[in-house]
Design a binder for this molecule. Sequence first.
Ligand code: 3HC
Ligand code: NAI
Length: 699
Amino acid sequence: MTAEYKVHGDVAVITLNNPPVNGLGHATRQGIVDGLERAQADAAVKAIVITGAGGAFSGGADIKEFGTDKALQEPNLHSVILAVENASKPVVAAIHTVCMGGGLELALGCHYRVAAPGTSVALPEVKLGILPGAGGTQRLPRVVGVEAALNMIVSGEPVKSELIGAVPGQKLFDKMAASPAALAEEALAFARSVADVRPLPLVRNLPCKHPEGDAYFQFARNMVKGMAKNFPAPAKCVDAVEAATRRKFADGLAYERELFINLMWTPESRALRHIFFSERAASKIPDVPSDTPQRIIQKVGVIGAGTMGGGITMNFLNAGIPVTILETKQEALDRGVATIRKNYEAQVKKGKLKEDKYQQRMALLSTTLAYGDLKDADLIIEAVFEEMGVKEAVFKQLDEVAKPGAILASNTSTLDVDQIAAFTKRPQDVVGMHFFSPANVMKLLEVVRGKQTAKDVLATVMAVAKKIKKTAVVSGVCDGFIGNRMIERYSQQAGFLLDEGCTPQQVDKAIEKFGFAMGPFRMGDLAGNDIGWAIRKRRAIEKPDMKYSKTADLLCELGRFGQKTGAGWYDYQAGKRDAIPSEVVNQMIEAHRKTLGVAPRKVSDEEIVQRLVFSLVNEGAKILEEGIASKSGDIDMVYLTGYGFPIHRGGPMHYATEVGLFNVVQAMKRFAANPMDDAKAWAPAPLLARLAAEGKSFQ
Ligand code: 3HC
Ligand code: NAI
């Protein structure tokens, strides 16, 4: 039963019961219609209440149905709302906890609404690349005013019911319940108090006007243009709300419906829906059940107060968790703490952090030079130099002092977590926590699961990640884990493109037009080209047959490490970050082509994008096949939250699915035939080849 029916004296109560959020899937919609019919047929029933069981009134349409026949199958949401409006007896929505999307639209179709305080009220459809498609754009402006409604619809952000309830003249809520616990009783009493009212009030009959219509909607259009450059939905939200002010209700509703259906089929909406589910799925580990007991994390230790240690520390201080940082020298500690202070002070200056909050956070920080001071820590994260010898010394000492059950984590970006775990007598307690720089800002956390990492350690670290507001993705142990292993292929392609005829700015522009926040060369200059140089030197020993362009090495030999040295792939003016195309670099690339005996050719933007993105896809497919990542959505989350992959493309694996895996493989075969390229790297991963041949996708 996804909608329950019960009669309380003379009031029928229809309770949506479709966990987790009472999504309005087909069975639930049918349940509402059935309940309405029963109530109307029962002469003893004078009024009807619709409410939700558990932790939501309703989270809206069932997103899992989107793209399937069920989404529009009768009774669709429109028909349900029409049945509510046409009911011969008053229908009262008793709203609590979450009232979103189609849930709010259903409530707006009811004759009356009683709300519990603390309810999150939203039309969040825009976050899924669509707009409210069951009358939300037509009814909400009629009850909260055009501007307030448009703000809610374009932002998708929730507003608390008590704030809306306090606005003079608002017609969204007829009554605010005294408390969530009092809602059921108060809604019943309210329903009885309106049992005899006729004609029944309908939101659709309320007027909808904006006094400065043209000017206001022009202003709104300009606003959304700036903030939503890759997404069509926000501008359509403005169109739909404007229609509410200009058209008859039925025409506005039909127009909204047309826009909704068109948006539902856009690649941008598919990408956002994929991200919605992937984000939630990433926190689930197939063989670690959600009820796995977790260890208690109340105190954290961080080893190393450098670039990463400082950022990692801030995450925990922000979440109210005390941290002790350990270093080898007092100067290093002082430097690290000063950087943390500087970061917080910059936030205070910008008005993003209150002074007292800053002081509260700093009060949670302590420093030490002695390992003994970490004996009470529940979680200790190591962020020292990237050398196995240094990691060995640190983990051996941690093994001596850490209390039994403490989780020992390494922030290593390239080293073998299993080898690190083996330095201790408790490999089950060791895990990788690979933060991204700047660690206090970047959302991504790769949780590296060693061969022996215990399940409760993984469950705990995933929960900790949520607490410090990171998107955690589990990776198996391999060189570079998910993200950096894939980026190596991307960088390899970026280098070949220079050898073949591109300039760094052409490559950057093409991939930035595709939507990346930054192209590979601007990114290299920001992160420091010397990092990749050091990795390539190591690779030259480990994988001597790996083919790559030597341009990046030549650049580093010129001392052009990027922004920090004032010169990299681009030139930089003192104190500025604007990337200026560099004559020196262009000449260096040309000279290198001559030594290779290559005549430059014109490479299209399409080829640039395909080579960069499909190189990620092929490595991603290998990662998936080897079980380093357990789901393709995990790989997408890594790229979306850690590498600036365009959100509207949904991540590399989703993008490949959109292009069609068959087409991806065909393109890879073309690239493999290019003598300047690395044919071996373009050999399709067996998983990719198989799915493409079977006409399947990664999902
Ligand atoms: N349909 C299907 N499943 C949904 C859902 C929905 N509308 N909303 C949430 N869920 C599922 C999630 O996938 C998750 O499932 P899982 O446990 O299997 O991973 C579970 O509910 C819990 O979700 P969260 O982890 O996000 O739980 P929170 O408590 O943090 O948040 C929430 C709850 C605020 C409702 C949040 O899930 C949310 O924002 N959901 C999306 C709401 C939304 O976009 N509604 C509009 C839908 S489109 C629509 O209504 C179209 C209409 O206009 C015609
Ligand atoms: P860093 O050089 O800025 O900081 C390292 C700090 O560790 C220094 O302050 C140093 O004094 C301290 N240290 C060295 N040996 C120590 C020891 N035995 N005990 C205590 N402290 C010691 O280095 P960074 O960039 O912070 O890197 C740290 C780790 O994080 C490395 O493993 C690196 O691979 C990883 N990492 C770095 C990223 C980056 O972008 N910088 C991104 C993700 C991971």
